[in-house]
Ligand binder design. Structure first.
Ligand code: TRP
Length: 370
């Protein structure tokens, strides 16, 4: 980060609270993507999720250090482009009162007609009393689509009782949710590299619909593209070439991806039993580009490949940040490819950068050295 961005950020943000800053970003994001500005539910849910911690001034040090984003902001935005032509805006967030992570849920469950039955079924596994390990306890995803009711998803942490327990927590969780046969194939396809592949998230949709999903996420340390091609092959009909191209265009090659890990996820719905209907690959692009101008160009290339509207991406970026994309890295944090029978598309994750802009890396210099 150069001096100018620091001064600029300091002047414009010092007087804002965390909620005002992220709320403004969310308002602009939903507006540029065609939501009805009179619908205040996105902003209301964001406020409730942050809770009293949202009132803290950005001029003060963060009240706790969240792993949702690199600069400890407990919020991350994403824009999902669907092949149906629809676009969703999502907020990944952690309650700014981490000691009471379920308060948010309890405060909105009735109004948003959430179904917490499945969460209750696995709560003792993933929210054990006493000491908790790993990077988080409970994260939420708020999912907004124009003209539809908001949806909410929870993320649980398979590492909560330590890495040695992760497999059995996930296996038992799947069993209790009625898909016991899912564990074996997932392990075979996504976790063959002991010590390098590990369960990262266990997620549940909280709505009552027939498409309400159970998702398991696997992080692949130092993986090659071939490792995620194998993971993707569990879902019928996924073209390995698409996976390879995604890694090449966004990650700059076929790996190994030794910085932040590639992540796979599988979605299961009731009735489909052991077979996941969808596969997603998440690439932490911020670790593989010098700055956000390069990240943006790569994302534009993959959006063009699938005929998604690149202007929407630029509008979304401007809604979240006014900074020069060259002056930092991590505004575009991840990009994901989603394939399967429950819907396919590309999702772009955008950081709030409420507390900090991560400095750009050096770019290669073009020319002969003298
Ligand atoms: N910040 C964490 C990470 O980068 C968690 C996270 C936030 C994440 N958004 C994500 C992980 C999207 C995978 C995909 O790992």
């Amino acid at each position: 980060m150069n001096d100018r961005t620091m001064v600029g950020a300091g002047v414009s943000m010092a007087t804002l609270s965390l909620y005002e800053h992220t709320g403004g970003q969310l308002d602009r994001l939903t507006e540029v993507l065609g939501f009805d500005p009179a619908d205040r539910r996105p902003r209301e849910l964001l406020g409730k999720l942050l809770g009293p911690g949202g009132e803290s001034s950005l001029a003060d040090p963060p009240s706790f250090s969240s792993n949702v984003a690199d600069d400890t902001t407990p919020i991350e935005f994403s824009v999902a482009f669907d092949t149906t032509g629809e676009c969703a805006v999502r907020v990944l967030g952690e309650s700014a009162v981490p000691s009471a992570p379920r308060d948010f849920l309890d405060s909105v469950a009735a109004e948003y007609r959430l179904d917490t039955t499945r969460l209750d079924t696995v709560s003792d596994l993933f929210l054990p009393p006493g000491e908790r390990q790993g990077p988080f306890t409970l994260w939420y995803s708020l999912i907004f689509r124009p003209g539809r009711d908001p949806r909410i998803k929870v993320y649980l942490n398979p590492q909560i009782s330590g890495p040695a327990q992760a497999d059995s927590l996930v296996g038992e969780g799947l069993r209790r949710l009625g898909i016991p046969g899912a564990f074996g194939p997932v392990t075979e396809h996504a976790l063959p590299r002991a010590g390098q592949d590990s369960f990262a998230f266990f997620a549940l949709d909280l709505d009552r619909g027939p498409r309400s999903r159970v998702k398991v996420y696997v992080a692949h340390e130092a993986a090659d593209c071939s490792d995620v091609e194998r993971a993707a092959a569990l879902v019928p009909g996924v073209d390995p070439l698409q996976i390879r191209e995604f890694c090449a265009v966004l990650g700059g090659g076929k790996g190994p991806f030794r910085d932040r890990p590639l992540v796979s996820s599988y979605s299961f719905v009731e009735g489909h039993q052991d077979r996941p209907g969808n596969y997603s690959l998440y690439l932490p692009i911020r670790s593989y580009v010098p700055d956000d101008a390069v990240a943006r160009a790569r994302v534009q290339a993959i959006l063009a490949q699938y005929d998604f509207d690149g202007e929407k991406l630029d509008d979304a970026i401007s809604a979240v940040s006014g900074r020069n994309l060259r002056n930092g890295v991590g505004l575009i944090s991840h990009v994901s490819l989603r394939v399967g029978e429950f819907g396919s598309g590309i999702t772009v994750y955008l950081s709030s950068e409420a507390y900090r802009v991560m400095p750009a890396r050096r770019r290669p210099v073009l020319g002969v050295s003298r």
